[in-house]
Each structure stands twice: as structure tokens, then as C-alpha cells.
Design a protein around this ligand. Structure first.
Ligand code: 1CP
Length: 343
């Protein structure tokens, strides 16, 4: 029998919809913080299969999610390409920015798989160690979102450097995106070979682009990624997450060929049920701050989401990752609510 998570791509589940939560491993869990203390270097943590396997399993032991997401980060790709990447305590990622095609030439795809070998080992071990009813989710950042970090050199609110480069010199900026399409396709294909049963492409900053730019830097590269993945793994489901895409979610679904789409919390669920769900699976979209609040307000929101979406192809998730302030008891409440849910 197919696992519940994978069966959800074929049609609505007869019992409860499957669920997992973005950033289900992370700082809201005391057992994560304890292990995380063992290394001050976050990337080293991602490249330690023992630690990465352990923190991937932690939320499953507590809450029994249907999906286990590989513990890693989207910025392992620039790191593997040879860009300098580090994570600073309290500040987040810091990269040596790339602002020209000249600087891009210093990067190389040659060492990619060698560099990412520990991540592949984590995938392989997880595929052995997760419960048999759980689905292993591989992931990568989408080219646009990863490019914003590579070009800005850090997280950003306005993405001035990346957006101006993209408009001023689309050919040059396109060269950055092309390298990322190559690396990301290779990376996800290899995750599929090592045991990932579904992959998610995180385009967390897709929502800052105008329509024209969205088509060029979000839809086009994602469509190319999906094409390359499907060529090797025709049956590996691909979920896209173009956070903040608004009505452009529709074009994203139609034109990229994704099997599923993850909705941020601003997407109206009735609209998603009518426009997106006939075309692919939808995943989402509880506000991550409502999970922080918990209680009956959370139950009402869950009810609303399930009423609209559980009649079609659906996996429950948040609209964005769990934040560190989230009480673990609220996640337990959410998991129990889903288990007790019936149509
Ligand atoms: O010190 C810590 O423990 C750092 C916190 C942390 C964690 C738990 C970071 C730093 N990355 C991660 C793991 C991670 N990142 C996972 C696997 C864990 C899981 O989901 O359970 C995944 C899928 C990601 C993906 C990721 N990293 C995204 C896309 C998803 C999203 O949340 O939008 C992005 C944008 C990043 C970049 C990143 N990683 C970490 C930080 C602080 C940031 C910067 C975020 C920003 O710019 O606002």
C-alpha cells in the first residue's frame, strides 16, 4: 500500500489528510537546541550525518508527522559551488557577495557532489531509519531565492542588489540562475537516487518580483528544474513553494509542471480549491503565528482550511516555517486535532 503522503497526490484521502510542518526540526524544540549546541558552525552541523539524522527524527518521535524533511539548508548549494558562506549567531547567513559575471566565474560545479556527499549520506540513512509509514522529503532552494543570498550577501527585506542586477543586466544575472539550475537539478536528482521520495523547491522570496520578473526568474528556472528531475525520476513528485506569489500561483502551477504547490497563509483557500486544486495537489497553509497563539483560534483556522481543501488532493502544512517562539505543546495540539479529524 502507498504511504499516505504519496497517496495524497492521487486523490483525497479517505481518512485524515497527511501533514508535515516546514521547519519541523528547529529551535522551538529543546532537544534540537541541545544538539545544536555541539557545534557553533551551522553548516558543519548540516554536514554531520549523525546530527542531521537525529534532528530530522526528533519531531517525528514527538508528533508522528507523515513526512520527514531532510535536515540541511538551502545555502549548501552556494557553499558547494565555492562561494564563502557562514551563519552568524543572531545575524543569519553571511556570504561573500557576487555582483558580476566576473565574480561568478570563481564558482564551479566540479566539486558539487563531493562537497554534498555528507548530505547524501544523511538522505540514505534517513531512508533506512524513518518509520515505514513516513515519507522522506528532499529539498533545495529555488534558483531565484538562492540567488538573492548569493548576490545580497545576506538575508534581505528589499533585495535591491538582486532585483536591480536582474533588470539592468538580465543576461549576466541569468548566468547566475543558469549555474543554480544546473547545480540544483543535480542535487535533487541525487537526493532522489539516495532515497528521497518527494522533493520540495523553496522559493521563499518569489513574492517580491513583478509579473514579468516572476515569469523569468521563478517560473522559467523552476520549469527547467522539474523537466530535468522528471527525465531521471519520472515518478518523483515535486512540490513547489513560490511564497507570496498571489494570483501568479495559477501561472506557476500551469507552467512549471509541479505535482504539488505549497500555499503561503495569504492565499484564500476557497480560491485555491477552485483554481489550483483541480490541477495539482495543494499543501498549506496555516499561519505560523496562529500556531504560536494556539488554542481555539487555531482550531477554527484549521477547520476553515480543512473544510475548503480536504475534499481534494491535500497535504496539511503551515504557510511558512515554525518559528522558535512556538510552544511545542501547540504542535502536539495540532497533531492531535488532525488525527481526530473526520469528514
Ligand atoms: O541556528 C540554527 O539552528 C539556525 C536555524 C536554521 C534551521 C533550523 C537555519 C538557518 N536553517 C535551518 C534548517 C532548514 N532550512 C531546513 C530543514 C529543517 C526543517 O524544515 O525542518 C530547511 C528546509 C531550510 C530552508 C531554508 N533556509 C529556507 C527556505 C524555507 C524558508 O524558511 O523560507 C531559507 C530562506 C533558508 C535560509 C536560512 N537558513 C537559516 C537562516 C537563519 C536563514 C535566513 C532566513 C532569512 O533570510 O530570513
Amino acid at each position: 500500500m502507498k504511504k499516505a503522503f504519496l497517496a495524497a497526490f492521487d486523490g483525497p484521502s479517505r481518512t485524515q489528510p497527511p501533514f508535515w510542518l516546514m521547519r519541523q526540526a528547529g529551535r522551538y524544540l529543546p532537544e534540537y537546541r541541545k544538539i545544536r549546541k555541539q557545534t557553533s558552525n551551522f553548516l558543519e552541523f548540516c554536514y554531520s550525518p549523525d546530527l542531521a539524522v537525529e534532528v530530522t527524527l526528533q519531531p517525528l518521535r514527538r508528533y508522528g508527522m507523515d513526512g520527514a524533511i531532510l535536515f540541511s539548508d538551502i545555502l549548501v548549494i552556494p557553499d558547494a559551488l565555492g562561494q564563502s558562506v557562514r551563519f552568524e549567531e543572531g545575524r543569519g547567513p553571511v556570504l561573500e557577495p557576487i555582483r558580476s559575471v566576473e565574480q561568478l566565474k570563481a564558482l564551479s560545479l566540479d566539486g558539487l557532489h563531493r562537497h554534498l556527499a555528507p548530505v547524501y549520506e544523511t538522505v540514505e540513512r534517513l531512508s533506512q531509519e524513518i518509520p515505514k509509514e513516513t515519507t522522506l522529503i528532499g529539498f533545495a532552494g529555488a534558483p531565484w531565492t538562492v540567488a538573492t543570498y548569493m548576490v545580497e550577501g545576506h538575508g534581505s527585506k528589499d533585495y535591491v542588489e538582486s532585483r536591480t542586477w536582474a533588470v539592468r543586466d538580465p543576461e549576466g544575472f541569468g548566468a547566475v540562475i543558469d549555474v543554480l539550475v544546473d547545480a540544483t537539478a543535480e542535487y535533487l536528482i541525487e537526493q532522489g537516487r539516495r532515497g528521497a521520495e518527494v522533493v520540495q523547491i523553496f522559493d521563499s522570496w518569489a513574492g517580491v518580483l513583478s509579473e514579468t520578473e516572476f515569469r523569468r526568474w521563478v517560473i522559467e528556472p523552476t520549469a527547467e528544474l522539474v523537466k530535468r528531475i522528471k527525465k531521471i525520476h519520472p515518478n518523483l513528485p515535486v512540490i513547489g513553494f513560490p511564497k507570496g506569489a498571489g494570483v501568479l500561483y495559477e501561472a506557476y502551477v500551469k507552467e512549471t509542471g509541479v505535482d504539488g504547490v505549497s500555499l503561503d497563509s495569504t492565499v484564500p483557500v476557497e480560491w485555491a480549491a477552485n483554481v489550483l486544486q483541480p490541477q495539482c495537489l495543494v499543501q498549506g497553509n496555516l499561519d505560523n503565528l496562529i500556531l504560536v497563539a494556539g488554542g481555539s483560534a487555531m482550531e477554527r483556522e484549521m477547520e476553515r482550511i480543512f473544510d475548503a481543501l480536504a475534499g481534494g488532493r491535500f497535504i496539511f502544512n503551515l504557510g511558512h516555517g515554525i518559528i522558535p517562539q512556538t510552544p511545542p505543546e501547540h504542535v502536539a495540539h495540532l497533531a492531535k486535532w488532525i488525527r481526530d479529524w473526520s469528514k
